[in-house]
Design a protein around this ligand. Structure first.
Ligand SMILES: NC(=O)c1ccc[n+]([C@@H]2O[C@H](COP(=O)([O-])OP(=O)(O)OC[C@H]3O[C@@H](n4cnc5c(N)ncnc54)[C@H](OP(=O)(O)O)[C@@H]3O)[C@@H](O)[C@H]2O)c1
Length: 263
């Protein structure tokens, strides 16, 4: 099936690990070139070393999205490197678990900066290229933006904001042929999940018990693989989805229907 992705250039934030690294692999497999970012020079270096043959089509650079100047700088660098930008995949975010009692205004502000502010600023900075190339944007939100999960409220509120932002830009840019969609992962097997498992183990559960606890609210019975989220994001960039804009695809093993099937 022709995806129309070969020869195109994608900017992927948070490309050094987890879902973003899987997106880089999927895009390169479709014949795209990728300008990817990570937070620190060290993580970028480690990720670059792990790229293998994909290195030919991928340039990684550090860009800390807590810095308000980062979006414009990274888009400028991507353009300087590859000469065009067709796709933006906004994915980077850091998440330290906080109980409701531990949550501080700084936690809200940091996640809002990385997701709401930086995602929008990257789209704005790349807008001219996206319009020129009739490109596509995929914003990575998260299931907590749609249904309450065990995480603290700032994650859900900010991901819900990403869904609103996605619809806003979809409406704004549709007349220019630019599509803007969101993908919302559920519990996905990245470092973040390993942290959750470790926290559960610290309460006395065995590794298997911790796995069972996390999977018990997922109707399909297992965590999502990063490549599965990447597959949906890449599909949303594909010409096969040329009439799809402003939507959110949940990639969550059915987690959003969990309550309806168990109560
Ligand atoms: N995993 C899940 O279960 C899950 C569920 C729902 C939603 N999501 C969403 O999916 C996206 C990716 O999650 P993930 O689990 O793949 O995350 P991850 O494995 O923790 O990787 C996060 C990526 O974002 C980068 N990053 C973190 N903070 C940054 C900052 N301040 N500036 C620039 N880059 C930063 C990291 O760079 P370094 O390597 O340099 O730190 C890394 O590349 C996030 O938007 C997350 O909210 C994930």
């Amino acid at each position: 099936m022709d995806t129309g992705i070969a020869g195109k250039v994608a900017v992927v934030t948070g490309a050094t690990r987890g879902i973003g690294a899987a997106m880089v692999r999927s895009l390169v497999a479709e014949g795209a070139s990728v300008f990817g970012t990570g937070r620190s020079p060290e993580s970028v270096e480690t990720a670059r070393a792990g790229l293998g043959d994909d290195r030919r089509n991928v340039v990684l650079a550090p860009a800390d999205l807590n810095d308000p100047a980062a979006p414009e700088r990274l888009v400028g660098l991507a353009l300087e490197t590859f000469g065009r930008i067709d796709f933006v995949i906004n994915n980077a975010a850091s998440f330290a678990y906080r109980s409701l009692a531990e949550l501080t205004p700084a936690d809200w502000q940091e996640l809002a900066q990385q997701k709401l502010v930086a995602y929008s600023a990257i789209i704005d900075a790349a807008r001219h290229q996206l319009v020129a190339n009739r490109g596509a944007v995929v914003n990575v939100a998260g299931i907590a933006g749609c249904v309450p999960t065990g995480e603290t409220p700032h994650v859900g509120a900010i991901n819900a904001g990403i869904l609103s932002t996605t619809r806003f830009y979809a409406a704004l840019l549709a007349a220019d042929g630019v599509r803007v969609n969101a993908v919302s992962p559920g519990d996905t097997d990245t470092d973040r999940r390993q942290d959750r498992l470790a926290r559960l183990e610290a309460t006395g559960l065995s590794r298997d018990g911790a796995e069972r606890r996390l999977s018990s609210s997922i109707p399909l019975g297992r965590a999502v693989a990063p490549s599965e989220v990447a597959g949906v994001a890449v599909a949303l960039c594909s010409v096969q989805f040329a009439s799809v804009t402003g939507i959110n695809v949940l990639v969550d093993g059915g987690r959003h229907v969990h309550y309806s099937v168990t109560q």
